[in-house]
Design a protein around this ligand. Structure first.
Ligand code: NAG
Ligand code: NAG
Ligand code: NAG
Length: 489
């Protein structure tokens, strides 16, 4: 072997080492860059959130319903017990185990949140018994209204009136600032939250594309909004600044004549109208949820939406509502990771529909998604602190799913694109980059209305530090929506 050959080999190995080192260093610095970007985004969001404080004198009244949430892992209740079904189907009402497995598989494969009534109480009891054996199963106070009420109290609102019937034992889990509008009940209904992480596998047939949950219940009290009956009287005396309507999805596909359910919605409508007549300054927020029954959602949009000032909804619910208005039908599931432009276009559309002559006077829409928070409000309406609210909603999304008030950026990632388009339409399109130092992007724009008028609006989009060690997704929307409202009133 000649010396030239040897030195060539030395050179080749040395070059390989240099390339490897460079790759390693590049990888390290990339990880570092990501961490720096996360830390900077986190600090900036905290700073924006802190720039506005909660007014403790604000009074909030919120309904309807409550329950015990049994939060279990689907692995313990379904995946390790049953084989996946041959077909996946989004049954509206569940009566048999096969229907349950088919419905669960359907939403699980899309990572879509859903809520269903189980007609068969034996089947429901079996599921709860299975959940009770799970090592990670927790019992907490549930229902949209109590979760939002607790969040408001935790954020420093001094007086919250909650329209819900519950046992004294369950009430002991509520902060003392929350006052109940109804007498106690001897026992509480159970809602079973079947949680699953990202990439959960059901044998080799189904994989979840994101963390989410499937909720089932066999609740016969909440669907008829019993807590509504004493609400109006209590609320008139309470004099709320903000009234929140939530929990109406409990009526969805509930096996009782739609006419009877429509009457309950009429009672709600009249209470809201009377509250507003009594105090024209009161603002009304509607919290959306998963609806699968067209006739019911149509009744709600016709009768309740014209009186509300604000709605809060997630990406599935935004798509669902959009479909109802545009196509007249509901979407069963939709993209769990929608682009910002798509969501903003849906918000503009919903805003203009809900401001048409017959449909109402909406001034605020908050869409919460896994990747970002978007809030649109009419300029000159009296919602305050839009930017801080968007930041607070984004931070709360992480705090809730990771189960910790303090955010650890090592358990966070940003999944929003580095930049986004403000619309999918060709005119007025702008591209905005996410800047870790100024993570919340806000701008003004005019949104044209169906009746030809234009409204000046402000929009903010905030990136979420997505939790990578998810403890709970159920109740997330309620915490996030409440967090988004608390600085705005
Ligand atoms: C209700 O569920 C139980 C337990 O899974 C089952 O044995 C029974 O057949 C179901 N009843 C109906 C009417 O489907
Ligand atoms: C709703 O209607 C649209 C337009 O007619 C159709 O494309 C879509 O498939 C329908 N969706 C459902 C879930 O039926
Ligand atoms: C979300 O709300 C529920 C009810 O108030 C609460 O138990 C839970 O801790 C909240 N999540 C966070 C992170 O605050």
């Amino acid at each position: 072997m000649g010396s030239i050959e040897v030195s060539r080999k030395v050179w080749v190995s040395a070059a390989a080492v240099v390339v490897l080192l460079a790759a390693y260093w590049y990888e390290l610095s990339r990880v570092d860059d990501l961490l720096v970007r996360l830390e900077m985004t986190h600090e900036s969001l905290l700073h924006i959130e802190d720039s506005v404080s909660v007014n403790p004198k604000t009074k909030i009244a919120i309904g309807f319903g409550s329950c015990v949430d049994v939060v279990a892992q689907t692995r313990d209740v379904l995946l390790d017990r049953y084989s996946p079904p041959k077909v996946a189907k989004p049954h509206d009402i569940i009566e048999t185990r096969d229907e349950l497995l088919e419905a669960f598989a359907y939403f699980f494969q899309f990572g879509a949140a859903a809520e269903r009534y189980i007609k068969n109480s034996t089947l429901f009891a079996e599921l709860v018994a299975a959940a009770n054996t799970g090592r990670h199963t927790k019992r907490t106070i549930g229902g949209n209204a109590p979760i939002m009420a607790s969040r408001f109290a935790k954020e420093g609102i001094g007086e919250v009136l909650l329209a819900a019937q519950m046992s004294a034992q369950l009430q002991s889990q509520l902060p003392s600032d929350v006052v109940l509008s109804c007498p106690h009940l001897p026992s509480d209904d159970i809602h079973l939250l079947l949680e699953y992480p990202l990439d959960e596998k059901w044998e080799n047939k189904y994989v979840s594309p994101r963390a989410n949950r499937f909720i089932v219940h066999n609740d016969n009290k909440n669907p008829l909004l019993h807590s509504l009956d004493t609400f109006y009287e209590k609320a008139v005396d309470f004099k709320p600044d903000l009234v929140i309507v939530s929990g109406l999805q409990m009526m969805d596909n509930f096996p009782i004549d739609i006419e009877i359910r429509k009457q309950r919605i009429e009672v709600l409508r009249q209470s809201l109208i009377d509250l507003r007549t009594n105090d024209p300054k009161v603002r009304i927020h509607f919290e959306m949820a998963s609806f699968a029954e067209e006739a019911l959602l149509k009744t709600i949009t016709d009768r309740i939406f014209p009186i509300v000032d604000s709605i809060g909804l997630n990406e599935q619910e935004a798509q669902n509502l959009y479909n109802l208005y545009v196509y007249g039908n509901l979407s069963v599931v939709s993209d769990p990771y929608p682009r910002v432009a798509l969501v903003l276009d849906q918000m503009r559309h919903l805003y203009s529909v809900l401001n048409s002559d017959s449909a109402g006077q909406l001034t605020r829409i908050h869409v919460h998604t896994l990747a970002f928070q978007a809030i649109l409000m009419r300029k000159g309406s009296n919602w305050k602190a839009l930017m801080a609210s968007s930041a607070k909603a984004a931070l709360t999304a992480h705090r809730h799913t990771c189960g910790s008030e303090v955010i650890d950026v090592n358990k966070a990632k940003l999944i929003v694109d580095e930049s986004f388009s403000t619309t999918r339409s060709d005119s007025n399109k702008r591209r905005i980059g996410f800047d870790a130092k100024n993570p919340v992007n806000c701008w003004d724009e005019s949104v044209s209305q169906d009746n030809g008028a234009t409204h000046q609006t402000s929009i903010c989009v905030a990136p979420v530090l997505v939790c990578t060690k998810v403890l709970q997704t159920g109740g997330g929307g309620d915490n996030v929506s409440a967090a988004g409202l608390v600085l705005q009133i």
